[in-house]
Design a protein around this ligand. Sequence first.
Ligand SMILES: Cc1cc2nc3c(=O)[nH]c(=O)nc-3n(C[C@H](O)[C@H](O)[C@H](O)COP(=O)(O)O)c2cc1C
Length: 187
Amino acid sequence: MPHDPVRTDLVHPLLANRFSPYAFDPSGRVDDDALHTLLEAARWAPSAGNSQPWGFLSARPGEPDHARVLPHLAPSSFRWAKDAGLLVVALTRHYVGDSPVLYSEFADYDLGQAVAHLSVQAEAMGLATHQFRAFDLEALTKELRPNPGWAIVSMIAVGKAADEPPRLRQRRSAYELRTAPWSTSAE
Ligand SMILES: Cc1cc2nc3c(=O)[nH]c(=O)nc-3n(C[C@H](O)[C@H](O)[C@H](O)COP(=O)(O)O)c2cc1C
């Protein structure tokens, strides 16, 4: 896979500079205004039929929900996520009957876009994000007991990065993105 650095002359610095840190500064707080702005960014993401099938739980160190979420992280994510100023649990639902779309096959896709909005907004605010799935889904669902139809999909650690992006960041080439899905045969 190519190791080329991200081209900041081509890609907006908010996208080029974003990376998922493996260390957060425990002193990096996310205050109420910042939390509100991050959720506001997620809120304005596009979604199929404007169904907005996303939902979130926010938990900051010292808040009761933080203590509920933390024990369900896998050791691999606990190591760094425990120091983040904010943990967000991201949920989606496929049945969105209170919107023009009864059932959305795009619910996960739409949640991803909302989280991408949140991530870029965070970057603009000098906050780093690290999305992760390394947690006990069953145990966390039991703990948080979301309403029927809602499913936890992922989590996002948000805070002040305490490490640098890796020197080599691998990405498939743009050429591969355009060619991989297609057969080269003339048939
Ligand atoms: C849905 C999703 C799940 C992820 N799960 C994990 C995880 O469990 N543990 C982890 O360390 N990183 C996880 N990541 C982060 C990716 O590994 C990371 O985004 C990828 O390696 C690219 O690195 P970058 O974000 O620094 O560009 C996840 C990312 C996404 C979008």
